[in-house]
Design a protein around this ligand. Sequence first.
Ligand code: FAD
Length: 495
Amino acid sequence: MQMPEPDQEVLARRSEIVDALRAIVPGEGVIADTREMRPYESDGLTAYRTVPMIVVLPETVAQVAAVLKYCHENGVKVVPRGSGTSLSGGALPLADGVLLGLGKFNRILDIDFDNRTVTAQPGVTNLGITTAVQHEGFYYAPDPSSQIACSIGGNVAENSGGVHCLKYGLTTNNILGLEMVTVEGEIMRLGGKHLDSEGYDLMGLMTGSEGLLAVVTEVTVRILKKPASLRALLLGFPTSEQAGACVAAIIGAGIIPGGMEMMDNPAINAAEDFVNAGYPREAGALLIVELDGPEVEVDTLIERVREIAEANGSTTLRVSDSEEERNAFWAGRKAAFPAVGRISPDYMCMDGTIPRRQLPEILTRMTRMSEKYGLRVANVFHAGDGNLHPLILFDANQPGELDRAEAFGADILKACVELGGVLTGEHGVGVEKRDLMPEMFSETDLNQQMRVKCAWDPKGLLNPGKVFPTLHRCAELGRMHIHRGQLPFPDIPRF
Ligand SMILES: Cc1cc2nc3c(=O)[nH]c(=O)nc-3n(C[C@H](O)[C@H](O)[C@H](O)COP(=O)(O)OP(=O)(O)OC[C@H]3O[C@@H](n4cnc5c(N)ncnc54)[C@H](O)[C@@H]3O)c2cc1C
C-alpha cells in the first residue's frame, strides 16, 4: 500500500513546527518523542503503521482552530483522530504530518430531554451518550460494536452504524447539529437542535467524510426513548441460504426488526467457545432477530417471525423470556470479533454491502475464494441491511499470508460491487479500500467527489492519501485527460 511520499522540506522544519505548536497547545499537549508517539502509529487496521511527525492533543476549540490555521499557512498535513478504532486505516498517521487527537474533548455539553437531544464534544464515546441519558429511559440508537471505545466525532466522520441501524438509521440519520473547524481555522456551525437546516445539506456531506473536509468539534445527536418492550429470537438454520431467505421474508412481510444479525458456522462456534451463549454449534447459520415496541406489538411480531422462520426451515428457535436471556443472545454476536481473534493469530475484517437477495451468491463465491487463497473466513452480517463483515483469518508471521488475505478481501469487495452492492457499509474507505474506489466509481464520479474535497481543502492537507486513489492537485482537476497515451502532470503522485 503506497502513501504520499513524506515531504522532506516539511521534515526539515520539524523542530520549528514543534515550537510553534507548543506555543498554541502548551504543557503536555504536544508530543514529539518517537517512543511516546508509538501508541498513535496505527488505528484498528493494525497491518499499517506510521509514527507521525508530531502528535497534538488540543483541549479547546480555539486551540484546534489555531493548530489548523498554523498548519494550513505552513503547508503541514493533518490527520484527525478520535479513539483510533477505525478498521479502514482512516486515522493512519503520516510521517510528515500532525496527528490531531481529539481525545481530550470528552465532555457532554448539554442534555435536553424536552428536545430529545444531547450535545457532546467529539471525543465522547458512543456509549457515553447513552450512559448520560439512560437514567431517564433514553438512549442513542446507532451502536457500533466498538461503542465502548469509539468517539462520536469518529462516528460522524465514518457515518458509523450498528445492530440497531436497520430500524433507526445510521449516524447520518441521528445527528442534528455540528460544529467544525475548517482547514483554514474557521469555526462553522451546521444545524442545531431542529430537524432541518437551511442551504445545502453540508451536514450530510460532513457525515462520512473521513476527516478529509474539516475537523468536528461538537456534535448534537437525537436521542430516543427506550422501547417499552424488547425481545429477541435466536434462530438456527441448516444453511446460510435458508437464513438469508428468512431475512428476506421477514422484511418482505413488512416487519422491520430493531436488529437482525446473522453469523455463519465458524463465527457461531468461535462466539460459543468465547461466551457460552447457548448458540447451536451444528447450525450452518444463526439469526438473532430483535423486536421492540409496545409489549402487545412485540408479542404479535414474535409470533409472526416464528412462523416465518419455521416456514424457512429453522431447526433451532428460542425466544428470550428475560432481559438476561436477551443479553445472552447478543453476547456472542457483540463479542464475535474478539472471539474470532482467539482462533486465528490475525484476522482482517472486511466491510461490504450487497442487495439482501444476493446473500447466497456472495457466500458461495466466498467459499470458492477461501479455497483459492487457502485462508479460512468467518462471517458476521448486519443481515437486515445486507452489510457483510467477513473476517479473513491469517497469520501475519507466515510469509505471504497478509498479501493473500488482502487479495482475498479485495476480491470480496469487488464481488459486492459486481452483485449490485457497494465497497463499504460502515467502516469507511480509508486506506483499506482506497485503491478499489475505481471498481465502483468512474473517473468522472471520482473527479466530482475530489472537486468537493478541493472546495474545502484546496491544498490537500487534511488526511491526504485516504479515500481517493490519486492525489490530484486541485488546480489541475478537470484537466486530467489521457490523450494518445500521454498522461498530463506525470509528476502527480498516484498511489
Ligand atoms: C472491534 C471493533 C468493532 C467495530 N464495529 C463497528 C460497527 O459495528 N459499526 C461501525 O460502523 N464501525 C465499527 N468499527 C469501526 C470504528 O469503531 C468506527 O469507524 C468508529 O466510528 C471510529 O471512531 P474513532 O473515534 O475510533 O475514530 P478514529 O479511528 O480515530 O478515526 C476514524 C476516521 O475519522 C476521522 N475523525 C475522527 N475524529 C474526527 C473528528 N473529530 N473530526 C473529523 N474527523 C475525525 C479520522 O481522521 C479517521 O478518518 C469497529 C471497530 C472495532 C475495532
